[in-house]
Design a protein around this ligand. Sequence first.
Ligand code: GLY
Length: 347
Amino acid sequence: MTIDIQTAQPYQVSIEAGALDRVGGIARGCGKPGAKAMLISDSRVFPLYGERVKASLEQAGFPTSSYIFPAGEQSKLISTVCDMYRALAEADFTRTDFIVTLGGGVTGDMGGFAAATFLRGIGFIQVPTSLLAMVDASVGGKTGVDLPFGKNLVGAFHQPMAVVADPETLRTLPEHFFRDGMGEVVKYGCIADAPLFQALEQGTALSDLSSMLETCVTCKKRLVEEDAQDMGRRMLLNFGHTFGHALEKLHGFQGLSHGEAVGVGMVMACQAGENLGVTLPGTAQRVRALLGKLGLPTEDTFTKEEVVAATALDKKSTGSTLRLVLLKGIGESMLYPITREKLLAAL
Ligand code: GLY
């Protein structure tokens, strides 16, 4: 199945078992005759799928070199991107050549950032291999790296030429990474898709992974098309993230994964929403029960004072006002500007 994303540079998301072998054909469809490709991947994913994707690109007529970095968020540094620039320069890349990112969110964000900035911008194809990257990070053009003071603090909007998701790669995804991605899947149910939330509650959503991925990407498509630059409705995707990012920071970006932190953040946002009279009573309990069923945590040991204080570098805040995302009920969300003081009282 394919989903068209109608941003300034339109592109297609392909979701199909075996799609890894079609990356070369898809690149050819993007109109890149005579171009070179650089496959960017990490030390965990490249040994699993790198040669297959490389073969597909070469069979389609794209001479392909590769750049592999040590797997993990600790590699998401500007220095790793500098190493990518060196590899691109050594391979004599010009503006018509392109990058293919093969891996999870770290690979896509960082390889996408290299593509956004090398020679002031070259094309790239996202080949996400984690659930988190398939349902969120690979679609919408957000690219970037971490700084010592926070995650994703440097970046650029740069839409890919195509996204190619092969659900079969999820079979080799370690269980905790799969759970991590489920946090974002629950988020889509919460903010925009009550039937998805119900299917997750009933345990039926996971029986057809491709269709679950399609539902999530379609939800993201609508928000990205409306607001590619993240100035308005796209911020609804930040549900659970204001508290989630704060918790990740409090944990020193170790021990609590992104999806786990977002899960706890969603419960906190529902509780705040219920206390503010915005969210239908009982919503927090439904979200808590679903996350628990999926093996995700629903609370943390840091105090609400510590969590609210740690929201200071949230990219969606203006001065002392946070743009919190609250639910009216399951499947319906809204932006709710609130001061840290009022938020603390609501928690
Ligand atoms: N991951 C949130 C967004 O793409 O806006």
